[in-house]
Design a protein around this ligand. Structure first.
Ligand SMILES: [Zn+2]
Length: 111
């Protein structure tokens, strides 16, 4: 799967950084949204060092995108639990559309 390398959210261009590690921080999180750095970091390994599934990686990208939307548009009023639920819904809708990223990293439908 080709993952998007960047995405624009609320006028901010976020770099999507995939890291070949099991967690982004010491709390075993697999993703991180950082507004100041304009980055969405996502771990691509499981804790046992096996490769995370494409679905798990894309769901994490969606989750971190929702954190960015929450920060920019909602003044971070959504809780982690609300962001998690909302991002699952967004991921379900996007995956249903069978979108993938082309070489320019724009989401396009699979034909
Ligand atoms: Zn989160």
């Amino acid at each position: 799967m080709i993952y998007p390398k960047s995405i624009q959210i609320g006028g901010h261009v976020y770099q999507i950084i995939l890291e070949n590690i099991p967690s982004i921080d010491s709390e075993s999180n697999v993703g991180e949204h950082h507004y100041g750095k304009s980055t969405l970091r996502v771990a691509t390994r499981n804790i046992d060092s096996t490769q995370r599934s494409e679905q798990a990686i894309m769901e994490t990208i969606c989750h971190e995108m929702c954190h960015a939307v929450n920060y920019i548009f909602c003044h971070s009023e959504l809780t982690e639990k609300q962001v998690a639920s909302f991002s699952q819904g967004v991921y379900q809708v996007l995956s249903q559309l069978q979108l993938t990223a082309d070489v320019k990293c724009k989401l396009v439908p699979i034909v």
